[in-house]
Write a protein that binds this ligand. Structure first.
Ligand code: 9MJ
Length: 758
């Protein structure tokens, strides 16, 4: 008898069952309750063990095994399934009056004079699904389809971590059908689209399309790679044995069975309470982790639901009150080009005004030339415009192409629309720039606005409009000219009183006394923000030393020879997810991580360069890969090149000379006064990042901490100054708590970052 068909011995069966039980429990705690009980590494260990056992004894591989979430063999096509009970759609109410009418109709039908009790639920913008459980085990997942017949997507549904493969809690009846919405949380959507854009692919228009596209994959391995989730919102066909009086009770049962139910579900007595709920949720809409497009109100009492019945394909006992749309269709009338401080040319869509996301939108950024090509956009096309929350409006897709005879291609200009200098695009960069530098009035204006801004030279009263006026009238051409302005010149400007002119001169006078950090920031060197300016001031101490620095002063050759960027990046990612390394054989251990491109030779070089292998996790890709290595924390080769180039341009040196020697801008001598050293806020501290952050990538968080002077380490010890714990933080968080190391959650961390840079 072959090993494959062997029945597992009793003790193996028991071990597999125990592993399966534990893994189901951990999954439930992680994905449904958002409260993991064990570190990821422990979960992985259990899963690997079960996979081993199932490989050895395939008979163990049941449909509800926790190993089945990874996807099955691709299907040739989807089979059809007939729903035991039709899946209904919902009637819509677009304003409060329509909602009141819905409530009045219900009172009339039921001859009710008391307030009706409703369940209020956020209306998720995803894909409706029906899941059938037989004796508590998931046997079928299907789309809604036309309400009567849907598509069998069982293999795909099984990959969704928050869908129970086996029901828990109250014993379910022989057959139980659960309905709900599969969706893609915003974070997952952003990640998916970032990846798509990096690969030059179109990406998805919105999370709903992305969820639908992910669910309708014949290869469930693709579905498994998408971070889909599901909220359950009702029961469908259920065999006898469950006694429920209300919809709210049904939701409680679904939760008990292990489903995720929206945390915002509430009971409301009467339609006014429903409206109050709508306002509350509308205010929260942009802060939720997923898209919702309205509220669903359902009569709570199941007896009353039955009396009310259905019309056509929608129940009389429920209604969807829709939020104002965040996406609308309008026409692309023209494309203009804006020129930024560093010459970056940004195409801007001029649109037929359209009301979307609560405001009238007539402009939307198109980011850059690649984005225009990616969208396949032409002037005259009907386009989908999205404005969600306070995010600037975006053109997300072409809805309908204009007729060929009116459709005009968008021709990116070759010369600057403001100064006519050539536009250049460095290979590998998305941004095209005007090469005019400070010759270009647009760049000049932006450079002066930046120079005067609050966090730079802080020239009170010198607003954007005034800068434009001063440049347009020829009174100033560069920041140094600001200090030559006279009272008469200023007072002679349109819309400028004598008093305001005097105030501006006082502010200019006050700005002469500054710090080296502010001055460096004010110069507007590309990619030198406030934090980098502080690092540079602290390192070079004088303007002269910085201005005469060469690339060698910033960058040393280093890293691991032969290590490419992608291998370095994959290695760091693998290290972040790995157990702590064993001390005995680091070379072999590195190779077990399965990093592509990490050969034995490379592993040996790494082990030689970093005898304490646990130090590796605190490195950045740039520090690890072969070649350039920063001498100054946070200043890589790109920034260094910008700095060197800036101080090599004669016109920049001339402006600096005028500012310092003619206008008399000065700052404390940093070598004389030790206390004037802008000590970085986190100097001497060691921080650890763990879990998933929602608003920053791990690399971004790391870079920001390093720029503030902190070291970022991969493991927690009693010497750790602070741990930032994102979602699903595991063993590092537990260790920090055990060692009483301070822990910040993401919001607290962002707040601190904000306070340190200001
Ligand atoms: C959504 N989309 O969130 C229903 N829905 O109920 C909720 N959809 C629904 N309920 C009956 N929360 C038909 C559809």
């Amino acid at each position: 008898m072959s090993q494959d068909s062997q029945q597992p011995p009793e003790e193996v069966l028991r071990e597999a069952q125990s592993l399966s039980r534990q893994l189901h429990e951990h999954n439930y705690r992680y994905y449904t309750l958002d409260a993991p009980a064990v570190p990821d590494a422990e979960y992985d260990r259990l899963l690997r063990r079960l996979q081993q056992l199932e490989k050895r004894y395939p008979a163990l591989k049941t449909p509800d095994s926790p190993t089945q979430r990874v996807g099955a063999e691709p299907l040739p096509s989807f089979q059809q399934v007939t729903h035991a009970q039709p899946m209904l759609s919902l009637d819509n109410a677009f304003d409060n009056e329509e909602l009141r009418e819905f409530d009045r109709r219900i009172h009339t039908r039921l001859h009710a004079d008391q307030d009706i009790e409703y369940v209020c639920e956020p209306k998720l913008d995803g894909v409706a699904v029906s899941l059938v459980y037989e004796d508590g085990v998931l046997v079928q997942g299907a789309t809604r389809g036309d309400g009567r017949i849907g598509e069998n997507i069982t293999a795909n549904i099984r990959t969704i971590a928050s869908v129970p493969l086996r029901l828990r809690g109250t014993k379910p009846p022989g057959i139980a059908e659960v309905r709900g919405e599969v969706f893609l949380p915003r974070e997952g959507f952003d990640e998916l689209n970032r990846d798509a854009k990096n690969k030059g692919e179109k990406g998805f228009v919105n999370p709903r399309n992305a969820a639908a596209g992910s669910l309708r994959q014949l290869d469930s391995g693709i579905t498994a790679s998408r971070p889909l989730a599901m909220f359950a919102y009702s029961l469908g066909h259920v065999a006898a044995g469950i006694e429920l009086k209300s919809h709210f009770q049904a939701l409680a049962l679904l939760k008990d069975w292990g489903f995720k139910v929206s945390e915002w579900v509430e009971l409301a007595s009467g339609i006014d309470a429903c409206m109050a709920y709508y306002s509350r949720l509308a205010a929260k809409r942009d802060t939720l982790a997923y898209d919702i497009d309205g509220i669903v109100y359902k009569v709570n009492d199941l007896g009353l639901q039955e009396k009310l019945g259905f019309v056509a394909r929608a129940p009389r006992w429920a209604i969807a009150r829709k939020f104002p749309a965040q996406e609308e269709i309008t026409s692309l009338v023209a494309v203009d080009y804006q020129v930024g401080r560093t010459g970056a040319i940004t195409p801007v869509a001029r649109l037929d005004p359209v009301f979307v996301g609560g405001v009238t939108v007539s402009n939307a950024t198109l980011h850059n030339q690649d984005e225009v090509s990616r969208l396949g956009l032409c002037i005259g096309d009907r386009v989908i415009v999205r404005r969600a929350g306070d995010v600037i409006p975006q053109v997300v897709a072409v809805a309908e192409e204009a007729a060929p005879d009116t459709r005009k291609p968008i021709l990116f200009p070759r010369t600057c629309p403001i100064c006519d200098s050539d536009i250049v695009r460095v290979e590998g960069e998305a941004v095209a720039r005007c090469s005019g530098g400070l010759y270009c009035p647009a760049q000049r204006k932006e450079a002066i606005k930046h120079f005067a801004s609050r966090r730079a030279m802080d020239i009170d009263g010198l607003g954007d409009k005034l800068v434009e006026q001063l440049v347009d009238t020829g009174l100033i051409n560069n920041p140094a000219d600001l200090y030559t302005l006279t009272l008469d010149q200023l007072a002679g400007l349109e819309r400028m009183g004598r008093k305001s002119a005097e105030n501006l001169l006082t502010a200019l006078e006050a700005s002469r006394e500054t710090t080296l950090t502010r001055f460096l920031y004010a110069l507007g060197v590309r990619e030198v923000g406030e934090v980098t300016a502080a690092v540079l001031a602290g390192h070079f101490r004088t303007l002269d030393k910085l201005a005469t620095a060469t690339m060698d002063d910033f960058i040393a050759a280093g890293g691991i020879k032969g290590m490419g960027e992608s291998t370095a990046s994959a290695l760091l990612e693998a290290l972040n997810n790995a157990n702590p390394p064993p001390a005995d054989d680091p070379v072999q251990w590195l190779q077990t991580l399965g990093v592509r491109g990490l050969s034995q030779v490379l592993a040996e070089k790494i082990a030689a360069a970093y005898p304490d292998i646990s130090q590796l996790t605190s490195l950045t890709v740039d520090e690890l890969r072969s070649g350039a290595k920063s001498r100054i924390e946070g200043v890589g080769p790109v920034i260094a090149q910008h700095i060197v180039t800036f101080f090599h341009q004669a016109h920049n040196l001339e402006v600096i000379d005028q500012l310092v020697n003619r206008a008399g801008i000065h700052w404390p001598d940093m070598d004389m006064k030790a206390e004037a050293t802008p000590a970085l806020p986190l100097e001497g501290q060691t921080w650890v990042l763990t879990g998933t952050l929602n608003t920053l990538t791990r690399d971004e968080a790391k870079e920001r901490l390093q720029k503030l002077g902190a070291k970022v380490a991969g493991s927690v010890s009693s010497k750790t100054s602070c741990v930032v714990a994102g979602d699903k933080a595991g063993s590092k968080l537990s260790k920090a708590q055990a060692l009483e190391v301070p822990v910040l959650n993401e919001d607290e961390f962002l707040e601190r970052l904000e306070s340190w840079v200001s």
